[in-house]
Each structure stands twice: as structure tokens, then as C-alpha cells.
Design a protein around this ligand. Structure first.
Ligand code: ATP
Ligand code: MG
Length: 275
């Protein structure tokens, strides 16, 4: 099935829902570069948002700031109405946020299943040494729950046959799928995906597009960074476009990608690179 056929009508935003994510006037300076400059955007619960923009426009920086892997220079970010600027990445994960990274970050010494299990947050998986020693059954039951969640995530990505494989024996596209499974093991309410289909063929991309739509219909709020604008148009409810750290467009994907500023950001960058 292609994205076009998988597209479902735009899901209306819940009327009075607290925004899942509220980015307010966010700025990030990285070594003198304004990676983000006064970016404000909101993400409402249960919708699938696209975050587009040419190379170096600040997409990964924004995801890093939301997941608290990077500090804002100024501005603030709220998740579920709560300011997360003083929260650690671990605490934000416990609020229901999970993410995938632009580059593959799998543990080569672990199997596919074990890598997927790493997505579980520490409240489910972790336990102190003392607790493990005093209550081994408690640790075992938690591990069984995490394993079941990781297996369910692998199932969704059709990866169960590969569960015992070392990840580096797999194609790059399949490794990306393992990363998505790892994020789903956390059973997130807010999922950030940084170019999840990079390295995948068209069929695999379509499968991921359909999975993201299903997740949206299950109520998982998503922010998807993708260079594949067709995919964005096919599956996203709303598109934000960044250029040189600025938000230059926001709206329905079909309309957004036609805006002169967006066309110029993509074409202008290509022209400058070719010059
Ligand atoms: N660690 C860093 N140190 C200095 N500058 C950085 C660093 N990381 C990113 N930048 C710069 O910040 C800007 C935004 O980068 P970012 O990676 O967020 O862009 P992007 O939109 O994700 O690009 P791409 O589509 O290539 O992944 C770029 O100018 C980039 O060169
Ligand atoms: Mg990036």
C-alpha cells in the first residue's frame, strides 16, 4: 500500500486539550551558530506533526532540546503543560517521551531483542543492586514485562524472526527499524523521530508510514523529521518548516510545501550548493 492510499482524513485537534508540547521562543547557539533562533510551535495530543527543512536548518537541534540532551540558550519548552527546562533526559522520558536518533545508536554486543528492551524506562526495567539482591523475583517479573513489551514492538515492525541476531549483521534500513522498536518499547505518549526511514527502500518507507499512522490513531503524539516530503504530505496532520534556525512555515502539509519561503529554502539551498 502506498502512502497515498494509507492517508486518512486529517484528525481534528481535541478542542481544549493541553498541548503535548509547547516550544516558546527557543534559541540554541552552538559554537557561534544560531542553530535555533526564536522558534515557537505547539504540538497537540494525538496528532502527527512533520518537521521539515533543508540540511542544517535546526531539526535535530530542536529534537535534542525537547528530549533535554541539549540546553536552550533562551526560551522554554513545556510538555503536557509542564516546563521541562530543569528536567533531565531521564525525567522527560518518564513523562512519556521517547525518540529515535538521526544516526543508528544500537549496542552491537546485544541482540535485536536486547536492544529493543533498552527502550524501557528505568521505572519498569531498572532496579538497584540491593533490590535485585533482596528481591530477585521482583527484578525477574519486571524483566519479563519489558521483554513482552519489546517483543510486541518487534512484532509491529515485523522483526521477530531477527530477535536473536546481532544488529550489525542487519542492513542499515533494518537497524533503523530496530531503533523504532526500541522507542516503542517505552510505550511513549510523545514520540520524536529523526529521519526514521533514512536508508530504507520505498516498501520499507511505506510500511513505516503506515505504522506511524496507526500509532497516531492509537493516540501517540508524534513529531517526525523527514527529508521525504512526499511521505510528510501523505501522513502528517500538520507541517512545520525550519530554515537556518527559524520557523518559516506552519500549516497543512499540502499547502505548506508550496509556500514561496519553503520552495526558496529548498531550491535556494540546492542552487547555492551547486554554485
Ligand atoms: N555540535 C555542534 N557544534 C556546532 N554546530 C553544530 C553542532 N550540531 C549542529 N550544529 C549546527 O547547527 C545547525 C543546525 O544543525 P542540525 O543538525 O540541527 O540541522 P538539521 O536540520 O537536523 O540538518 P540535517 O537535515 O542535515 O540533519 C547547523 O548549522 C549545524 O552545522
Ligand atoms: Mg538532523
Amino acid at each position: 500500500m502506498t502512502h497515498a492510499t494509507a492517508r486518512t482524513p486529517e484528525k481534528p485537534a481535541p478542542a481544549a486539550a493541553v498541548p503535548s508540547l509547547d516550544v516558546r521562543d527557543a534559541a540554541v547557539n552552538l559554537g557561534g551558530v544560531k542553530a535555533l533562533d526564536g522558534v515557537s510551535l505547539t504540538v497537540e495530543s494525538g496528532r502527527l506533526y512533520g518537521l521539515a527543512g533543508p540540511n542544517g536548518s535546526g531539526k535535530s537541534t530542536l529534537l535534542a532540546a525537547i528530549s533535554r540532551l541539549l540546553d536552550l540558550t533562551s526560551g522554554s519548552i513545556l510538555v503536557g503543560g509542564e516546563d521541562i527546562m530543569r528536567r533531565s533526559p531521564f525525567q522527560v522520558a518518564r513523562m512519556g517521551l521517547a525518540r529515535t536518533f538521526q544516526t543508528v545508536r544500537l549496542m552491537p554486543q546485544f541482540s535485536v531483542l536486547e536492544n529493543a528492551m533498552l527502550g524501557a524506562d528505568q521505572s519498569v526495567y531498572g532496579s538497584s543492586f540491593l533490590r535485585q539482591w533482596l528481591m530477585p523475583w521482583w527484578t525477574r517479573s519486571r524483566e519479563a514485562r519489558v521483554r513482552a513489551r519489546a517483543e510486541a514492538a518487534l512484532e509491529r515492525l515485523h522483526l521477530m524472526d531477527l530477535r536473536d541476531q546481532p544488529p550489525l549483521s542487519l542492513s542499515y534500513g533494518v537497524q533503523r527499524k530496530v531503533e523504532i522498536a526500541r522507542a516503542l518499547t517505552a510505550e511513549p505518549r510523545l514520540l520524536l523521530l529523526d529521519e526514521p526511514t533514512a536508508g530504507m527502500n520505498r516498501t520499507e518507507r511505506d510500511e513505516i508510514g503506515e505504522l506511524l499512522l496507526r500509532l497516531r490513531n492509537e493516540g501517540v503524539t508524534q513529531v517526525l523529521v523527514e527529508h521525504d516530503l512526499k511521505m510528510m504530505v501523505d501522513i502528517c496532520d500538520h507541517l512545520y518548516v525550519l530554515d537556518s534556525g527559524h520557523l518559516i512555515a506552519s500549516g497543512r502539509p499540502t499547502e505548506c510545501i508550496r509556500e514561496p519561503k519553503v520552495v526558496e529554502a529548498y531550491l535556494g539551498r540546492g542552487r547555492r550548493a551547486a554554485a
